[in-house]
Design a protein around this ligand. Structure first.
Ligand code: HAM
Length: 430
């Protein structure tokens, strides 16, 4: 059956159009260059995992696992899930491939993640992350390194105005003590709790501190503070992180309410936020998760990492005024006449092979000189290379600047590669 109705995209899952691709490329290239510079190795992970992986790591009582996962039954009855984040997969892959046992590893990954949240600006159901994870390091230096790497990245991307919020959650034992106090406190104010908080009281009381309900702001402000229950080792670790950040000149604010929405964190947690993004303002978040590797069946291994949301960073870069390479061709080849069409096809292939990094679009489909020149202009190319049958006979080509009011010149084919190479090194695209 045929239908002339087009098929809509799935809500919350976006197409990234060619006009936006250069900003994505810029972001990805700068980020991966910096990850290389700090010695992080790429690991490429599958998009689908066993559902149990996320239940056991992110936690059963989190929003992600409770209501946001895309979970389905495979044809053989296995329960599978589109990954909502990368940390659990990274640990799973590290264990499965014996990358973590008594080893120190710095890893990074990137790609789409899936959460069935309510879509709004900056919040999507398919979104992209780049994440970095370090395994086997227990000192505060690696926490600080990961934070410094992100701070450095904002510089490399030309972004300012990002604010770092920092907190420590302590060890599971100190958190359990705090949790008990928190339950006491909220139970004694049960009447003031909203429905969601009543539910969280037994499931995950720390998440009540995360509430967005303004009616509960006072209650939350008066709640016991995690810092008061912190074990001495975690306090010392946190001091160590802060000392290194201070020594590096990385500013931060302490936010004792920062608890994060995933259960695996211990000790350091942090979030980079932007005032220019509205409600969905976290661009990079993470922390330490010393218990996760053993929770997923490995030997106890300290770990820490972060992930950043690429859509939100793309949005910030777009409004920052940073000049992004357009990706437009350096040159557009116009060919008029049968001789020119076939000689031009071969010439274009040769130029692409000889001139490093040359972006050359060859006109396809024929048409008048005027129509082809219009296409050349619309492509954003810096110059048009013009080939007619006369030029082919003389083995020359016209070189017409499209962005400047300088006259067209005739260039022998033997000089074309050098002339185009000059354009490439000058970084001249449209
Ligand atoms: P997360 O805070 O859930 O942490 O996500 C990290 C970042 O992904 C957020 O700061 C945000 O920029 C972006 N993000 C999250 N959800 C969405 C969404 N629905 N739409 C657009 N962007 C979103 C994690 O995922 C942890 N795995 C981070 C980590 C790595 N912790 C330790 N290592």
């Amino acid at each position: 059956m045929s239908s002339d109705k087009t098929i809509a995209r799935v809500r919350g899952m976006n197409d990234i159009l060619p006009e936006h691709a250069p900003v994505w490329r810029f972001l990805e290239e700068r980020t991966t260059a910096l990850l290389d510079a700090y010695g992080y190795q790429q690991i490429r992970l599958p998009v689908i995992e066993r559902t149990e992986l996320f239940k056991r790591s992110i936690g059963e009582a989190t929003d992600i696992v409770e209501k946001e996962m895309y979970t389905f039954e495979d044809r053989n009855g296995d329960s599978l899930t589109l990954r909502p984040e990368g940390t659990a997969s990274c640990v799973r892959a590290g264990l499965g491939n014996n990358l973590l046992y008594n080893q120190k590893r710095r890893l990074w990954y990137g790609g789409p993640m899936f959460r069935r949240e309510k879509p709004q600006a900056g919040r999507y159901r398919q979104f992209y992350q780049i994440g970095a994870e370090a395994f086997g390091f227990d000192g505060p230096d690696i926490d600080a390194e990961l934070i410094a790497l992100s701070a450095n990245l904002w510089r490399a991307l030309g972004l300012d105005g990002l604010v770092l919020e920092l907190n420590t959650l302590g060890t599971p034992a100190s958190r359990a003590l705090y949790r008990a106090r928190l339950v006491e406190y909220f139970t004694s104010h049960r009447d003031a709790l909203d429905e969601d908080s009543v539910r969280l009281l037994s499931l995950n009381p720390l998440r009540i501190l995360d509430t967005k309900n303004p009616a509960m702001a006072d209650l939350v402000a008066g709640a016991p503070q995690l810092g008061d229950y912190l074990d001495p080792e975690s306090a010392e670790h946190f001091d160590g992180v802060r000392r290194l950040l201070d020594a590096t000149g990385i500013e931060y604010t302490l936010n004792p309410r920062l608890v994060r929405g995933l259960d695996y964190y211990t000790r350091t947690v942090f979030e980079w936020k932007s005032g220019a993004l509205g409600a969905q303002n976290a661009v990079c978040s993470g922390g330490r998760y010393d218990g996760l590797v053993s929770q997923l069946g490995g030997k106890a291994t300290p770990a820490v990492g972060w992930a950043m949301g690429l859509e939100r960073l793309v949005e910030l870069i777009g409004s920052s005024g940073v000049r992004i390479p357009s990706g437009a061709p350096h040159a557009y080849l116009v060919m008029v006449g049968d001789e020119a069409a076939s000689a031009g096809f071969a010439l274009a292939e040769e130029l692409r092979q000889t001139v490093k990094d040359l972006r050359l679009t060859a006109h396809c489909g024929g048409g008048s000189f005027k129509a082809q020149l219009k296409k050349a202009d619309a492509s954003g190319a810096a110059v048009a290379i013009i080939l007619g049958d006369d030029e082919v006979a003389a083995k020359t080509a016209g070189l017409k600047p499209l962005r400047e009011k300088t006259p067209q010149t005739q260039v022998p084919w033997t000089d074309l590669a050098d002339r185009l190479a000059t354009l490439v090194t000058a970084g001249r695209d449209g």
